[in-house]
Write a protein that binds this ligand. Structure first.
Ligand code: FAD
Length: 408
C-alpha cells in the first residue's frame, strides 16, 4: 500500500520549504511531505554564488530552517528522492526507485536545471554550473589548482561568481553573447556600470562573443575557443546561461505549459489538485503588463508558496506581489523592485561614479521598476511608485535631493 499525504510537495527548495512552513503557520492539520532530489535539508540558493562560494558562510548557516524544525512541524522530509512520473487520475507520483506515493494535493516546486552548453567539451571536468550545493562544492574542491576562470554568461549568477573568484585571487574572463551584461534583466546604464566595476577589479569582460568549444586535455577543460578562433586558456569554466524549468513529468501527465507549468492567479495548474510555484510556474504578472512569465527569485518562490497555502487553508487570495530581487558583487548591493522589461526610458538618479545611485525605468511615462545600487532608501521609497505605476516628472525622479517618497 502506497504512502499517501494530504499535501505532497515536490521540490525541497525555496518554494517547497515555504509552502510547508506556510501551511503549518496557517494551522493546516493534514499530513505534509516535502520531497526533493537533493540529499540536503532545504537551503538558501542565493549564497551559492556569493558568501558560500567565497567560503564566508558554512552550509549550516544557509539552511532555511534548523534540522529540528521539520520534525517539530510534523513535515515528513523525503530527501534524495526524485519524482519521475505523475498520474493525475490516480493522484499518485512514482519515484526513480519505483516507489509510488499518493497525494490529496500536489504542489510542484521543482525550480529548474541549468541550461547546458551544446558545444564540444560541455561535460568536461572543470566545467561547472551554479545551481545547487553539489555544484559549488565541486568548484571549491578544484579551487586550489585553478588560476584562470572563464565565466560564460554575463547574467547575475555569472557576475556574482566572477566577483567572488576575483576576490579569491583568480584571473577571470566573462564572456557575454550580447552587447552588454545583464541585457535580459536591466537597462543599459546598469549594465555599463557593472561592466566598468568588474573591469576595475581586473575582470576581462568580452561582449558580443560566441563560444565555439571547450578545449580538453586528459578529460579536463583547459580553455575556451571562441567563434573567431581566439583561445582563452583556463582551468575552470563556469556556465551561467539560464535554466530550463524542471517540468517534464507534469507535462508528460498532460498539464498545460511549455516553458514552465501554466498556473492561474492562485497557482492552480490545469490538472485537478495540482499546483505549481516558484521558478517553474508560468503566471500572468501585472508588473509585466499581464504577460505570462516565470520569475526566478526568492520573492516569487515565497509569495507563490504563501498563495497556495492560503488556498489550501480556505482563505484564497490572488497572487499579485510586487517583484523584487537583489544581487551582491564586491561591495555593491543591488536591489531591484518591479520589472524593467519593456521600458522605454531609463533615468539615472544620482551619480554612478559615487557607486550609490539608482536607475528608474519608465514605460509610457509610468514608473515600472527601479535598480538601486547602494541606495536602499530609493529602493524602499520607490516601491510605492512602481506599485501605483506613478506618472512623475522625470526631472524630479533624476534629482537625488528630492526624496522618492515625496513623489509617490
Ligand atoms: P529551487 O530552489 O531550485 O528548488 C527546486 C528543488 O526541486 C531543487 O532542489 C531541485 O533539485 C528539486 N527537484 C527538481 N526536480 C525534481 C523532481 N522531479 N523530484 C524531486 N525534486 C526535484 N534569487 C534572488 O531573489 N536573489 C538572489 O540573489 C538570487 N541569487 C541566486 C544565486 C544562485 C546561484 C541561484 C542558483 C539562484 C539565485 N536566485 C536568487 C534565485 C532563487 O534562488 C530561485 O528563484 C529560488 O531558489 C527558486 O525556488 P524554487 O523552489 O522554485 O526552486
Amino acid at each position: 500500500m502506497a504512502d499517501i499525504y494530504d499535501v505532497l510537495i515536490v521540490g525541497a527548495g525555496h518554494a517547497g520549504a515555504q509552502a510547508a512552513m506556510a501551511l503549518r503557520q496557517r494551522k493546516f492539520t493534514g499530513t505534509i511531505a516535502l520531497l526533493g532530489d537533493e540529499p540536503d535539508l532545504p537551503y538558501e540558493r542565493p549564497p551559492l554564488s556569493k558568501d558560500y562560494l567565497a567560503g564566508d558562510k558554512p552550509f549550516d548557516r544557509i539552511l532555511i530552517r534548523p534540522p529540528a524544525f521539520w520534525a517539530d512541524r510534523d513535515v515528513a522530509l523525503l530527501l534524495g528522492r526524485r519524482v519521475e512520473t505523475v498520474d493525475p487520475a490516480g493522484k499518485t507520483v512514482t519515484l526513480s526507485d519505483g516507489t509510488t506515493i499518493g497525494y490529496g494535493a500536489l504542489i510542484w516546486a521543482t525550480g529548474g536545471s541549468p541550461r547546458r552548453l551544446t558545444c564540444t567539451g560541455n561535460a568536461l571536468r572543470g566545467v561547472h554550473s551554479v545551481r545547487n550545493r553539489a555544484d559549488v562544492d565541486r568548484m571549491i574542491a578544484e579551487m586550489p589548482t585553478v588560476a584562470r576562470v572563464v565565466v560564460i554568461g554575463g547574467g547575475y549568477i555569472g557576475l556574482e561568481a566572477a566577483a567572488v573568484l576575483t576576490k579569491l585571487g583568480k584571473q577571470v574572463t566573462v564572456l557575454e553573447a550580447q552587447d552588454r551584461v545583464l541585457a535580459r534583466v536591466a537597462g543599459e546604464p546598469l549594465s555599463r556600470f557593472f561592466e566598468a566595476e568588474h573591469r576595475a577589479h581586473g575582470v576581462d569582460i568580452r561582449l558580443g562573443v560566441a563560444v565555439a568549444c571547450i578545449k580538453e586535455r586528459d578529460g579536463a577543460a583547459v580553455g575556451v575557443r571562441l567563434a573567431d578562433g581566439t583561445v582563452l586558456s583556463c582551468e575552470m569554466v563556469i556556465v551561467g546561461i539560464g535554466i530550463e524549468p524542471a517540468v517534464a513529468p507534469l507535462l508528460a501527465a498532460g498539464v498545460a505549459g511549455g516553458n514552465g507549468v501554466t498556473v492561474d492567479d492562485c497557482c492552480r495548474t490545469s490538472l485537478p489538485d495540482v499546483f505549481a510555484i516558484g521558478d517553474c510556474a508560468a503566471h500572468a504578472n501585472r508588473f509585466a503588463d499581464g504577460a505570462t512569465i516565470r520569475l526566478e527569485s526568492v520573492q516569487n518562490a515565497n509569495d507563490q508558496a504563501n498563495t497556495v497555502a492560503k488556498l489550501l487553508t480556505g482563505t484564497p487570495e490572488r497572487y499579485d506581489a510586487i517583484p523584487w530581487f537583489w544581487s551582491h558583487q564586491y561591495d555593491l548591493k543591488l536591489q531591484t523592485v518591479g520589472l524593467s522589461i519593456g521600458h522605454d526610458t531609463a533615468i539615472v538618479r544620482g551619480d554612478a561614479d559615487t557607486r550609490a545611485f539608482s536607475v528608474i525605468y519608465l514605460k509610457q511615462g509610468r514608473v515600472i521598476a527601479l535598480d538601486c545600487v547602494n541606495a536602499t532608501r530609493d529602493y524602499v521609497q520607490g516601491r510605492a511608485l512602481v506599485e501605483r505605476g506613478a506618472v512623475v516628472d522625470p526631472a524630479l525622479l533624476a534629482d537625488p535631493a528630492v526624496p522618492l517618497k515625496t513623489l509617490a
